[in-house]
Design a protein. Structure first.
Length: 275
């Protein structure tokens, strides 16, 4: 199960809150992760478009291309600048994560990303554009990106909102990734902030449930489940086909710590202890 469950699951968002690792440290740590026994679990290093000038200095003289995902929080207007900034650098841009600016229509956004030479993960807004945008992404090479948390409580969608978003994504046939707030495998309350945080394994089970057309009550219940043993047992009970279907829907999530998810997955008995 290990490979099917975890391959490419962890996008390395070390430079983002709450980790905020300095970029040189993040690059060095990413290299260690991708040369480790758990390298297959690790996705690209995630950097903001605004950090590319500093990155150019960090990777100067590098021989092995650094795999990157670049975020464009201001929207698709920055695509050309990103492609220009990375041209000639020893990096490999695996994808762009692009937000939909307030007031930009679905048609305007899709026109702006049309022809982008690298895959795009579209940060889906939490407003009336969500469902039309997901429907418009159906049949395109793009995927969806959901924010599941942030620096204040209002950035955390509740279980019902997140369940509806996952259902809309699955029904549109659009794979999705998640970012922000997924600090643990299991649903929890952060003891320092009191924020209700989603668990990345809860999201995986919710995606699987929607894929097999489970009802809303079951999906919401899976997102709300706090019993770690029960969640782990459900993961173990998935057939290879159902696990593959779930991972095809929920492709990865951004984490500021690669080792923390590995520790939790190990403690739950879902993977062996990384060497």
């Amino acid at each position: 199960m290990t490979d099917a469950l975890t391959r490419g699951l962890l996008d390395d968002a070390a430079v983002f809150p709450p980790g905020l690792a300095p970029l040189p440290d993040a690059v060095a740590a990413h290299d260690r992760h991708t040369s480790s026994s758990y390298a297959a679990m690790v996705g690209p290093l995630v950097v903001a478009a605004s950090g590319l000038a500093e990155l150019a200095e960090v990777v100067a003289g590098r021989e092995t291309p650094l795999p990157l995902t670049v975020t464009l929080p201001a929207g698709p207007g920055g695509i050309a600048d990103v492609l220009k900034a990375v041209d000639g650098l020893p990096v490999s841009v695996e994808s762009l994560e692009i937000a939909v600016p307030q007031g930009m229509s679905v048609a305007e956004f899709l026109s702006a990303v049309d022809g982008c030479p690298v895959p795009v993960a579209v940060e889906i807004p939490r407003d009336e554009r969500r469902v039309p945008l997901l429907q418009a992404l159906s049949g395109t090479p793009h995927k969806a990106k959901f924010r599941t948390g942030g620096t204040s409580a209002e950035y955390y969608p509740d279980e019902a909102e997140l369940a509806a978003a996952i259902r809309a994504t699955v029904e549109a046939g659009v794979p999705f990734k998640a970012t922000a707030g997924l600090h643990h495998a299991i649903r929890n309350t952060d003891p320092a902030t009191g924020f209700e945080q989603h668990g990345f394994l809860n999201l995986l089970l919710a995606a699987e449930a929607v894929d097999r057309d489970a009802g809303d009550e079951e999906v919401v219940g899976l997102l709300a489940e706090r019993d770690a043993a029960a969640v782990a047992d459900r993961i173990r009970a998935l057939t290879p086909e159902r696990l593959a279907a779930a991972r095809a829907r929920f492709t990865s999530f951004g984490t500021c710590s690669i080792t923390d998810p590995l520790t939790e997955l190990t403690d739950l008995g879902l993977i062996g202890a990384p060497a």
